[in-house]
Design a protein around this ligand. Structure first.
Ligand SMILES: N[C@@H](CCC(=O)N[C@@H](CS)C(=O)NCC(=O)O)C(=O)O
Length: 220
């Protein structure tokens, strides 16, 4: 039975799940949730995920949400022998550390800084911007001398962080001060399976939204 995926193409968290599914060559039944139309509040969807967030998967009746938990679930269940989520304790802990960093620090700080501007027209907040820059420098430091975010091989950490970094870039942030991030970003785009089909496509939709917002903002 195919796994059901409830998603929105431009959402960074959803793009992460698409990247993991491609890496594992998993077929999923895609269900588009239109957040603007409020599809996430449909009682049928709330029954599956009372948190009304995307992405959510339903695997043989078992619902999972929170993108990084979905990633771990998919590799644990369908990625036998995959290096995406290593089984050795220290290697796995490093991947977990980077996933938690992305969820709780990097993406979180980006969202606090950028989404109030994009969605409710607020002015940029200097303190939030400084916190985001600090997180970018953290990540740049983690990458010093490393090939990937959690060591020498591509893991779930890279798929998660590339969905965030590409979103940050699409928001208009200049990445040139972050040399290690730039090198890593180029490498991940070239090695993550079906990158353009999964992250690239949804990112274009996000970029369009940002471009429209920027145009309307300067016209005011
Ligand atoms: N921590 C969640 C966040 C997911 C998230 O923020 N999804 C947004 C779209 S990017 C969403 O579902 N927003 C609609 C809502 O929460 O009602 C994850 O990583 O899966």
């Amino acid at each position: 039975m195919a796994i059901d995926l409830y998603y929105t193409p431009d959402s960074p968290a959803c793009r992460l799940v698409l990247l993991v599914a491609a890496a594992l060559d998993l077929q999923m039944e895609h269900h588009h949730i239109n957040l603007q139309n409020g599809d996430q509040y449909d009682p049928k969807y709330l029954k599956i995920n009372p948190q009304h967030s995307v992405p959510t998967i339903v695997d043989n009746g078992f619902p999972v949400w929170e993108a990084r938990a979905i990633g771990r679930y998919l590799v644990n269940k369908y990625g036998m022998g995959s290096t995406l989520y290593p089984t050795e304790l220290k290697e796995r802990t490093l991947v977990d550390m980077r996933l938690d960093f992305d969820l709780g620090v990097l993406y979180e700080r980006f969202a606090y800084y950028f989404y109030p501007q994009l969605f409710i027209g607020e002015r940029p907040d200097k303190v939030h911007f400084a916190k985001l820059l600090e997180a970018m420098f953290f990540f740049n430091t983690f990458l010093a001398g490393e090939t990937y975010a959690a060591g020498p091989t591509l893991t779930l950490a890279d798929l998660s962080l590339v969905s965030t970094i590409s979103t940050i870039e699409a928001s208009g942030m200049d990445l040139t001060p972050f040399e290690n991030i730039l090198e890593w970003y180029t490498r991940v785009k070239a090695t993550a399976l079906k990158y353009e089909e999964t992250n690239g496509k949804g990112l274009e939709v996000f970029k369009e939204m940002v471009d429209n917002w920027r145009r309307n903002k300067t016209e005011l």
